[in-house]
Design a protein around this ligand. Structure first.
Ligand code: MG
Length: 399
């Protein structure tokens, strides 16, 4: 047997958000772990797979063993407290007839078969191989994290990825020696290096990304879609909202969440804030949710004279639960008077604070209707808003 691969999935992904094992999240319809196993199994040199998992995930994975990694999974073992212990548990479970062992992060689902093959050839030739990328940025060394002690020659710097592949027997001895030494190793090649095993660098590619933060999932999905030749929707959603309210004497004039001095104000069941209503409908529309009138019926006495800032805040919460954050809002008011220009900045700040974004992400402008129709006669105020939402793929984390 040319090579067995150990896939390390024992971490809990604390950088990703509490309580979720990021490698069990879906990526293009399959879990990140399943995709990593398939990617290794698709390399003809890899003939057996060992999964190292967290204790909590063992039963579910073992139930599905025959479905994983194209049927090449020979063992699913429990990980240890440190990466070193997890890797050692996996390597011990590899078939003894395997000449080489590949260690791979379960969070790197986009590894290509050609890269695995090159690393396997290097391991057979040299004894060890690490897939790595040449440094793009200059690397500074600082011992106290403040003062620069040295600038490292960039041409000599390589950033290690996985797989890291080694001749199995010498590497297993190196692992046992590392554990006995009491030293911790967070990188597998460093274990081999400490034991005097030569390790070669094999050039990886920028697509072999490690799913570390939530925002890595849409990037990985885009790479997969490109490889599969499919067009996937961009992680943006646009929405529009419109509202109109009659202007009558004796009503408070509340627009954009601020009160403006005016002899007339918008008539409505709520405070009649047409601008906030337009923004709310744009948000709800972009997220594919029910419109404002459905959520807060003007027949419900609960919303009589309601503060539209509260209604908008509730819409923002719903949009967030649906997995979106606000990228920006552009809105305009159409009314003859009062003039909007002196209040623009206050409206932007008011809307931004409800949306929990920066005022730079909110734009408001005023127009007149040139004396035409009810708007031009000053009998009504109209508002229109466009918003852009960005998906945060909360749906993945929640599943
Ligand atoms: Mg309204």
């Amino acid at each position: 047997m040319r090579c067995a691969a150990v896939v390390v999935a024992a971490g809990r992904g604390s950088r990703f958000g509490a309580g979720h094992n990021k490698v069990l999240l879906p990526l293009g319809g399959r879990s990140v772990l399943e995709r990593s196993l398939d990617a290794l199994a698709d390399s003809s040199g890899v003939e057996a797979l060992v999964v190292v998992a967290h204790r909590d995930d063992l039963p579910a994975l073992r139930d599905r063993r025959s479905d994983l990694g194209r049927g090449k999974v020979v063992a699913i073992v429990e990980g240890g407290a440190r990466r070193l212990d997890s890797v050692a548990a996996g390597v011990r479970a590899c078939p003894e007839q395997a000449r080489n062992v590949a260690i791979h992060d379960a969070a790197r689902p986009l590894i290509r078969a050609e890269v695995i093959e090159r690393a396997l050839e290097a391991s057979e030739r040299a004894g060890g191989a690490v897939v790595a990328m040449a440094a793009v940025d200059t690397v500074k060394r600082s011992i106290n994290g403040i003062r620069v002690d040295a600038t490292l020659p960039r041409s000599e710097i390589f950033l290690a990825q996985t797989p890291q592949i080694f001749r199995r027997e010498p590497f297993l001895r190196a692992l046992e020696a590392a554990i006995a030494s009491g030293r911790d190793f967070t990188d597998d090649a460093a274990v081999a290096e400490a034991a005097g095993i030569p390790v070669e660098i094999v050039m990886g590619d920028g697509e072999n990304l490690k799913i570390t933060y939530q925002e890595d999932l849409p990037r990985a999905e885009a790479i997969l879609a490109k490889r599969e030749g499919a067009a996937t929707p961009a992680p943006f959603r646009v929405g529009t909202g419109f509202d109109v309210h009659r202007l009558v004497p004796g009503r408070r004039c509340v627009l954009g969440g601020i009160e403006i001095e005016s002899p007339v104000g918008p008539l409505g069941h709520s405070d009649g804030d047409a601008l906030l209503h337009a923004v709310a409908d744009a948000l709800l529309g972009a997220a594919g949710l029910d419109d404002l009138g459905t959520l807060f019926s003007d027949r419900n006495p609960k919303y009589k004279d309601a503060d539209s800032r509260k209604l908008l805040a509730e819409c923002v919460a719903q949009v967030r639960r649906a997995g979106f954050v606000v990228n920006n809002v552009d809105a305009f008011l159409v009314l003859e008077r009062p003039k909007i220009a002196p209040h623009r900045e206050a409206m932007r700040a008011s809307i931004a604070s409800i949306l929990e974004v920066s005022p730079s992400q909110v734009n408001v402008k005023g127009k007149t209707a040139e004396g035409l129709g009810a708007l031009g006669a000053g009998d009504a105020v109209a508002a229109q808003a466009t918003v852009l939402l960005q998906s945060v793929l909360v749906r993945c984390v929640g599943s």
